[in-house]
Design a binder for this molecule. Structure first.
Ligand code: C5P
Length: 222
């Protein structure tokens, strides 16, 4: 193995992506954004016009969907069947659709296999909703990163408005809360904190503070 498997789970807007990227740089680990994989499938579903509850078509679509991460200059692009969809998967519409698509068994099964293959050699940090509970239940280090709904909504709002999306703060908080409820209440691989995960509430903490805390925990295990 090339190193440890580190799992970071938590609700949307808790700062997982930012923190995971920085932590991966510090440790020299590969960052795997599993949310981006579900988002790419959702984009593919929308383009194909497949119904969210049509599991047969979803399974077929997943089989012909190729998702690859391309890393250049620390920047990680998401390729869907050879097309760079990194920006297209980050709209509020795709966020909402992703949460519905990710509840479907065929979608979870297909990505589960891919995520395990990507992570099995170690030296990786995977971020998502079910990494420590389902994808790598034996991961050496697990974190559950959360923050208050207001704080998470506010962070998402700043991200979206910086990109020129026309959204309000109230809308963004409501969308974040709805997505978390769906992710927590679904039948397959619901969002929850693994029993052996280190829980971190990032409300009121700076990125550097969270990062230092996590890096310390990983170094203890290395
Ligand atoms: O992390 P991100 O907000 O990009 O994830 C988008 C959606 O993908 C989540 O709301 C969730 O429904 C789904 N997801 C998941 N399991 C993961 C990662 C993401 O179900 N491991």
């Amino acid at each position: 193995k090339n190193g440890l498997i580190v799992a970071i789970d938590g609700p949307s807007g808790a700062g997982k992506s930012t923190i995971t990227k920085l932590l991966a740089e510090r440790l020299g680990y590969i960052h795997i954004d599993t949310g981006a994989m579900f988002r790419a499938i959702a984009l593919s579903v929308r383009r194909a016009g497949v119904a969210v509850d049509d599991d047969v078509s979803l399974a077929a679509l997943c089989r012909r969907t190729d998702i690859v991460f391309v890393r250049d200059n620390g920047c990680c692009r998401v390729m869907l069947n050879g097309e760079d969809v990194s920006d297209a998967i980050r709209t509020p519409e795709i966020s909402a659709l992703t949460s519905r698509i990710s509840a479907r068994k065929p979608v979870r099964d297909s990505l589960l296999e891919l995520q395990r293959r990507m992570g099995e050699d170690g030296g990786v940090i995977l971020e998502g909703r079910d990494i420590g509970t389902v994808v790598f239940p034996d991961a050496e280090v697990k974190f559950f990163l959360s923050a208050s709904a207001e704080e998470r909504g506010r962070r998402r709002y700043l991200e979206l408005t910086a990109k020129g999306e026309a959204v309000t703060l109230e809308q963004t908080i409501a969308a974040v809360v709805k997505r978390d409820e769906q992710d927590e209440s679904r039948e397959h691989a619901p969002l929850r904190c693994a029993d052996d995960a280190v829980e971190i509430d990032s409300t009121g903490l700076s990125i550097d503070e969270v990062l230092a805390l996590m890096e310390g925990k990983v170094r203890e295990r290395q």
